[in-house]
Design a binder for this molecule. Structure first.
Ligand code: FEO
Length: 388
């Protein structure tokens, strides 16, 4: 396997995970890449590494440029195993390499996973010279782990951004200009919704730092490298960080005998008739990761569940658990559902949405068994009244 030169003397030496379909619950239908970068300078420098299982791939790519034992410096921008899993194997080959981590927490996280090792924690603004080039570190805690940081090379105008600006997108191409831009941006948006969204405040801080840098290339740790479309990805992050919303409603339901489905269809059609864009789905028809992406830029969400054994249906519970963790904001909600006996599911859904600090658009809408035409008309009217 060979490296790809991304700029004179700087190589992509990562791995392509074509078969990845789930990243702890995030459905990664296009797989992913684990990007690592090798800089040939007076000090041979490796920035990040790859997931266990791909160690042979990174070593092979490094070896296509230089003997791995010659690595002098390893930068660990982030300790999550997709970027640190090969560190022990690389250190065996280059035992004298100095490893720089994102502050003491970066060192702690690496040691907790791989055992005692000599590490050099850095802080924001620290700079090291690797020869003709310098590397400047900026810590980005909680985007999305306590130990994230970005590394900037001013001579090359490259930001090695690690997770931020990434996409779970396996491709044989390395650059944004070589793939469909809309697809790369869509994957970046999905990545934000599923990885960065709960840490938007922290993302804003590092985004402001990044905007102050002179950048020609963003060499992130997943997906394609931003080279031709740096301004597009920065603009997308601006919109996402500022929670830019559409007049859009996402209607999600699960239904035992089609009654809650009828309510969902009526709610969706009412929003549509009000001129509001709609995304309607039974919860198991769409992966949670796509649902949260749809919700992220919507103003409204409606969640419905029939009652089964005094509870909401398990697929709705799973979705709400996923949604809660990602903490979408500036969202108004409706809870609804049909029931035969207790009807506890509707209050349960409502309480879950309330606990996410979302704004209730209507009191919970409960339907006893099958909605009549009049019931559906009444449901429609309740929504229309809210927008009058
Ligand atoms: Fe791509 Fe947080 O690891």
């Amino acid at each position: 396997m060979i490296a790809t030169e991304i700029k004179k003397g700087i190589y992509w030496v990562g791995a392509i995970d074509w078969g990845l379909r789930s990243f702890h619950g995030y459905t990664t239908s296009r797989g992913s890449t684990y990007n690592a970068y090798l800089i040939i300078d007076e000090k041979i420098t490796l920035i990040d590494n790859v997931k266990v299982g791909f160690t042979e791939e990174i070593i092979s790519r490094i070896s296509s440029v230089i003997d791995p034992s010659k690595i002098d410096i390893i930068i660990s921008n982030h300790g999550e195993p997709d970027h640190s899993g090969s560190l022990p194997a690389i250190l065996k080959l280059a035992p004298n390499a100095k490893v720089y981590t994102a502050g003491p927490i970066g060192a702690k996280i690496l040691k907790a996973q791989y055992g005692e090792m000599d590490l050099i924690p850095v802080k924001s603004g620290d700079k090291i010279s690797i020869g003709k080039r310098n590397l400047i570190f900026n810590l980005a805690p909680m985007v999305h782990w306590p130990d994230n940081m970005v590394t900037y090379c001013p001579e090359e105008k490259i930001l090695f951004s690690n997770d931020i600006f990434g996409q779970h997108f396996a491709t044989s191409k390395r650059f944004d200009s070589e793939v469909d831009l809309a697809l790369a941006l869509e994957e970046a948006k999905q990545y934000y919704a599923n990885i960065v969204l709960p840490y938007t405040k922290q993302a804003n801080k590092i985004n402001e730092v990044v905007k102050g840098l002179d950048i020609e290339m963003i060499a992130n740790s997943h997906g394609v490298i931003w080279r031709e479309h740096v301004s597009e990805i920065l603009n997308l992050y601006d919109d996402l960080i500022n929670s830019k919303k559409k007049e859009k409603a996402v209607v999600i339901y699960d239904s035992m005998w089609g009654n809650t489905k009828q309510m969902a269809q009526t709610i969706a059609e009412t929003f549509r008739n009000l001129g509001i864009e709609v995304f309607l789905t039974r919860v198991d028809e769409t992966p949670n990761s796509l649902l949260i992406t749809e919700i992220m830029d919507s103003k409204y969400v409606a969640v419905g569940s029939s009652t089964l054994n005094n509870n909401m249906l398990p697929p709705i519970a799973g979705f709400l658990c996923y949604m809660k963790g990602l903490a979408p904001v500036n969202l108004k909600y409706i809870s609804f559902g049909s029931y035969g006996w207790g009807g506890q599911s509707i209050e349960q859904v409502d309480n879950e949405l309330k606990s996410m600090k979302l704004e209730q658009l209507l009191p919970p809408i409960k339907q006893y068994y099958t909605p009549s035409k009049e019931d559906l008309k009444n449901l429609e009217q309740q929504i229309i009244n809210v927008f009058k």
